[in-house]
Design a protein around this ligand. Structure first.
Ligand SMILES: NC(=O)c1ccc[n+]([C@@H]2O[C@H](COP(=O)([O-])OP(=O)(O)OC[C@H]3O[C@@H](n4cnc5c(N)ncnc54)[C@H](O)[C@@H]3O)[C@@H](O)[C@H]2O)c1
Length: 260
């Protein structure tokens, strides 16, 4: 098992990419705090994982709120005695609107869920890594790893301005955090998925016609779709010590969509 005994927090663990990550990590022996706003489905998922090598403990909540992002990290320490990995995966899509058509609500929701929540979770995780490892010397091996699920949309215009800009904020926070703690044994990387088969198209709001027309042009470059497990495998690499020299980078998992 590649993550035996690791203490991990995964947000958005009920569906899609987060579900694949929580499942793979528990199968590889990690103990997982599974966070999601869909409480009933979360409890069902954790129950379904009861025979996995690692424990999967539910933590229902909305990552927009600080009591949830702080609470999930405290829960990992309370349940498993430590914290090794934070996976900021929970995210919401926008309605593809260009800035001229963007609503206040869409901007606020995308930034609250895709940027502010994950950045607060990073703050709490970094504080916890340092508190739990007060003896860590400069250039020690990893004391904690953060994996942020960004998007190819952070640098390519695959969605509306609210989604793309919120993911760009998370991308920037990823690189800033890796830089700041470069000598503290804290690694921070991102994964930028392209088109992945998940529940996102079902839950996203109806598309703005002008913005959707513009972003649809990108689909002519590739019709390939990946599976959540393709992203989970990249997350597994980043969670392991094998990737100890991979820091401050974004791994693109998009089947070459953005090579044009
Ligand atoms: N699917 C894609 O093509 C794609 C592409 C690029 C990036 N991403 C990113 O991957 C991540 C996962 O997306 P997915 O495609 O698996 O989506 P999904 O809709 O299939 O799953 C998202 C999960 O997150 C949960 N969630 C959403 N908002 C939450 C909140 N505020 N608090 C707690 N839980 C919340 C949902 O309940 C759900 O279980 C997102 O950050 C998304 O932006 C997805």
């Amino acid at each position: 098992m590649q993550l035996e005994g690791k203490s991990v927090v995964v947000t958005g663990a009920v569906a899609g990419i987060g579900n694949a990550i929580a499942t793979l990590f528990a199968e590889e022996g990690a103990n997982v705090i599974a966070v999601d706003k869909q409480e009933e489905r979360l409890l069902e998922f954790c129950e379904s994982m009861k025979d996995a090598p690692g424990r999967v403990v539910p933590f229902p909540g909305d990552v927009q709120f600080q009591e949830v992002t702080d609470g999930m990290i405290d829960k990992a320490v309370a349940e498993f005695g430590t914290l090794d990995v934070l996976v900021n995966n929970a995210g919401v899509m926008d309605d593809n609107a260009a800035v001229g058509d963007m609503s206040e609500e869409m901007m606020a929701e995308c930034f609250a869920v895709n940027a502010f929540g994950p950045i607060r979770a990073m703050r709490k995780a970094v504080q916890t890594f340092i508190e739990l490892n007060p003896e860590a010397e400069e250039d020690d091996e990893t004391i904690g790893s953060i994996i942020n699920i960004t998007s190819v949309g952070a640098v390519h215009q695959t969605s509306g301005v609210a989604y793309c800009a919120s993911k760009a904020a998370l991308l920037s926070a990823t690189k800033n955090t890796a830089f700041m703690y470069i000598h503290k044994g804290i690694r921070c990387n991102g994964i930028a998925p392209g088109g992945i088969v998940t529940e996102l198209p079902i839950t996203m709001p109806p598309s703005d016609p002008f913005g959707f027309g513009r972003t649809s042009e990108l689909l002519t470059h590739s019709s390939l779709l990946g599976m959540p497990e393709d992203v989970a495998n990249a997350a597994l690499f980043l969670a392991k010590e094998d990737s100890h020299f991979v820091n401050g980078t974004i791994i693109t998992v998009d089947g070459a969509w953005t090579t044009f």
